[in-house]
Design a protein around this ligand. Structure first.
Ligand code: MTE
Ligand code: MO
Length: 199
């Protein structure tokens, strides 16, 4: 027999049109955290969007749960080169949380319990591109993966998907977050392989 394409044996795809350049597929779900896992009791949990004028919009855990959740199926791409395709989440679209927020801001700094931050254009949180996610593959989001809730913004490298999310500061001027200050790309589009500053 001649050459058999890997796909014919039903093996996991190792590269293909679904994978951004330089990425490989993984079936596990690696944990990547820059520090210890913060534990926030649900009755103390809060999520706050603060505008450039200082106006704060707050949601308790009960408020978040009362909103209709979406169930996006998305591919995720870590800058350390692993990707997972077709992951299933449940979360509230940022569009819903932004609906009553009046702002002229073009930038967002996402803030986590524990101190992690990451920045992105506000536009990238809109139009069905981002969620506050609290379930993964039918289970409550595990603490090590960002539970009770994390940002999910899968069209950018996964470091932008802040775990243990606590708020978003809207800003007129861009401000680099944790990895962005440490030499990672300011925007982080996996399809343009924007891993580091200058890519
Ligand atoms: N708060 C917080 N969020 C974070 C991180 C972190 O260290 N702290 N790491 C980021 C990075 S680099 C990646 S790849 C993903 C990893 O998510 P996972 O641990 O669920 O795989 O979370 C991102 N969000
Ligand atoms: Mo990462």
């Amino acid at each position: 027999m001649g050459i058999v394409s890997p796909g014919f044996r039903g093996r996991p795809r190792e590269s293909g049109p679904e994978l951004p350049p330089g990425q490989y597929l993984t079936r596990d779900f690696p944990v990547l955290s820059a520090g210890p896992t913060p534990r926030v009791p649900l009755d103390q949990w809060e999520f706050t969007i603060t505008t450039e004028t200082g106006q704060a919009h707050r949601w308790s855990w009960a408020d978040l749960m009362a909103l209709p959740g979406d169930t996006p199926t998305v591919d995720i791409h870590c800058v350390t080169k692993w990707s997972k395709l077709g992951t299933n989440w449940q979360g509230v679209p940022l569009d819903m949380l932004m609906a009553d927020v009046t702002t002229d801001a073009d930038y967002a700094l996402v803030q986590s319990y524990g101190g992690y931050t990451t920045n992105l254009p506000l536009q990238d949180l809109r139009d069905g591109q981002a969620w506050i996610a609290y379930r993964f593959e039918g289970e409550d989001l595990a603490p090590e993966h960002g539970g009770p809730a994390r940002l999910l913004v899968p069209h950018l490298y996964f470091w932008k998907s802040a775990k243990w999310v606590r708020g978003i500061q809207l800003m007129l001027e861009d401000e680099p977050g944790f990895w962005e200050s440490a030499g990672y790309h300011n925007y982080g589009d996996p399809w343009r392989e924007q891993r580091y500053q200058g890519d």
